[in-house]
Design a binder for this molecule. Structure first.
Ligand code: SF4
Length: 356
């Protein structure tokens, strides 16, 4: 199988499109005051926090303490779907708020900052993507979760980093040709793993793209026993050195389950909070994002995830601002691509249970 490389245009963001990573600095007194306000408002409004692993630890702690949830994007949406809360406060980025709305249209979805976006979402404009799909009508359209509601609505399938290889293998076994968007590194990785015939959109995550293969090699020499865990949105020179290539949840589980002391981790450092909770005795080392030719933009922490903060969360709960709305027609179409994945993963786990 070959990969068609006719898509030569890059959708990597310009430097000025990327905000600086600014983590809210807050004194203990104010933190205690805001936390108390947030807890009271959540109760009063029958609201629940759903936070991503990459958000600040204090938000993750608060979500856990108040009956909310901390996880990856799809699991956040699943939790929201099962929760009896009338309002979901999504601490994450725009596509996560939209996915929550698509799966829970009857619920009110609020976000601390509606400007919190994602370079993959920004690098895949719905109109251009739709034109591209129209030009290749014999391809099945598979998009990553990190896309806008409109792009999901144009797709046949939505996948996550944890499910991408299985879905593409399944489609390849059916003889399908595939359009993949938007992450080029994840697309390349999936293509290598499956041998699929894929047209790959050229977007990238500005956090994972910064991990450096050469510098990782040097770091491994200093830590020969460390296991290397890599998120598949990273460049191939980094993925090639991985002991485990995994999603955020996959990486957290790997640290807890692998019998090793040291781990070099190539993903957003926000994840370290949950890893330390589940594996407090392990030594965690950040994979290098810079070297002699350093261009580090995010230094392994997403600038958009960092926009979620206690002050903004309090403001949103007190004012009802920042509600997420998605056009009803888009909801109906996007739901189809998400539901396909949910049905597929359910079928896979039923098969596994049957095999056990
Ligand atoms: S870490 Fe990367 S993929 Fe995740 S939200 Fe930020 S820019 Fe998007």
């Amino acid at each position: 199988m070959t990969t068609d490389t006719t898509l030569n245009r890059s959708y990597t963001l310009e430097r000025e499109q990327i905000p600086p990573t600014v983590v809210e600095q807050i004194e203990d007194d104010e933190r205690a005051e805001l936390t108390a306000k947030i807890k009271a408002q959540l109760k009063q409004q029958n609201a629940v926090m759903v936070a991503h692993y990459y958000t600040e630890p204090e938000l993750q702690i608060l979500a856990d303490e108040t009956g909310g949830y901390v996880s990856d994007s799809l699991d956040m949406a699943r939790f929201g779907n099962e929760s009896a809360a009338e309002t979901l406060i999504v601490c994450g980025v725009k596509f996560m708020g939209e996915t929550a709305k698509i799966l829970n249209p009857e619920k009110r979805i609020l976000m601390p900052d509606l400007e919190a976006n994602c370079s993959l979402d920004l690098g895949c404009p719905a109109d251009e993507f739709s034109d591209f799909c129209d030009a290749h009508p014999d391809h099945v359209v598979v998009v990553y979760a990190n896309t806008s509601a409109a792009v999901k609505a144009r797709a046949d399938w939505m996948v996550t980093s944890g499910s991408a290889v299985d879905v593409i293998k399944h489609l390849t076994a059916e003889g399908k040709k595939i359009i993949w968007a938007p992450d080029k590194y994840l697309g390349d990785y999936v293509q290598k793993e499956t041998g699929a015939n894929m047209l790959i959109w050229q977007g990238a995550c500005i956090v994972h793209e910064e991990f450096k293969g050469k510098e990782l090699e040097a770091l491994r020499e200093h830590h020969p026993d460390a296991k290397v865990l890599v998120h598949p949105e990273s460049p191939s020179s980094v993925i090639e050195q991985a002991d485990i290539v995994g999603s955020t949840t996959g990486i957290i589980n790997a640290v807890a389950n692998i019998d090793a002391k040291e781990f070099i981790i190539a993903t957003d450092t926000g994840i370290f909070h949950k890893i330390k909770e589940s594996a407090p005795d392990k030594v965690l080392i950040e994979a290098p994002t810079a070297g002699k030719s350093a261009t580090c933009i995010s230094c392994a922490h997403c600038p958009w995830m960092a926009m979620n903060s206690l002050r903004k969360l309090t403001h949103v709960l007190e004012t009802g601002n920042n509600e997420v709305f998605v056009d009803n027609e888009i909801i109906q179409k996007a739901k189809g691509s998400i539901q396909r994945l949910l049905d597929f993963t359910k079928e896979q786990s039923n098969k596994l249970a049957g095999d056990a």
